[in-house]
Design a protein around this ligand. Structure first.
Ligand code: HEC
Length: 172
């Protein structure tokens, strides 16, 4: 796992094609990040495939962050597991799977990511500085989320174990 406190993402065990797509997006400006664009631009197609294969085969490790206390944790949990239907926000686990461990090649895991990273991605989709999500799914979700919801759900997700427990996979 990277340096979560600095907002670097988990790469280990992410789907290979997903990782390769992200590297291409950093190179072509679909995703904007000064550090990552600089690293991704010089990569050849073969290097992209090799890197994506390597990271997809690593086992994620690391400890979950501390669970926020009080109403923030409850609000974050509600959004992750049930969504906010008044605002048209589906539960995160609907697409990201029980325990937010990811589903198939297109829905990446959210567990193992830091709150800072998750929050920054939602903001990037809102502003349009991150694109490439199929059918604009995350752009749509992000536009409906308030800053408080973004922070609460990011902190709750960051506190989840890498292997789901009963509560993190319950759909209520
Ligand atoms: C309608 C389906 C759908 C729902 C609901 C959904 N997501 Fe996503 N999410 C996706 C897809 C598809 C991707 C991969 C697209 C991409 O990264 O470009 C994604 C990617 C992400 C990523 C990027 C992960 C990474 O490794 O960079 C984050 C963070 C994220 N979602 C957070 C959330 C949160 C938080 C919620 C709940 C509030 C949520 N998502 C709900 C479909 C969904």
């Amino acid at each position: 796992m990277g340096n979560a406190a600095a907002g670097y993402p988990r790469l280990a065990g992410l789907p290979k094609n997903y990782l390769a797509d992200q590297l291409r997006y950093f190179a072509d400006g679909t995703r904007n990040n000064a550090i990552m664009s600089g690293m991704a631009k010089p990569l050849t197609a073969m290097q992209v495939t090799a890197l994506a294969t390597y990271y997809s085969k690593l086992k994620p490790s690391g400890k979950p962050a501390l669970m926020p206390t009080g109403t923030a944790a409850a609000a974050g949990e509600r959004l992750a597991l049930r969504g906010d239907w008044d605002k048209g926000i589906p539960a995160c686990i609907r697409c990201h799977g029980p325990g937010a461990i990811g589903v198939g090649a297109n829905f990446p895991p959210l567990v193992g990511q830091s709150a800072a990273y998750i929050e920054a991605q939602i903001k990037a989709w809102k502003e349009g500085s991150r694109r490439g999500d199929p059918l604009g799914m995350m752009h749509t979700v992000a536009l409906r989320m308030t800053d408080a919801q973004t922070q609460d759900v990011a902190q709750w997700l960051a506190a989840q174990p890498l292997v789901p427990t009963k509560t993190s996979s319950a759909t209520h």
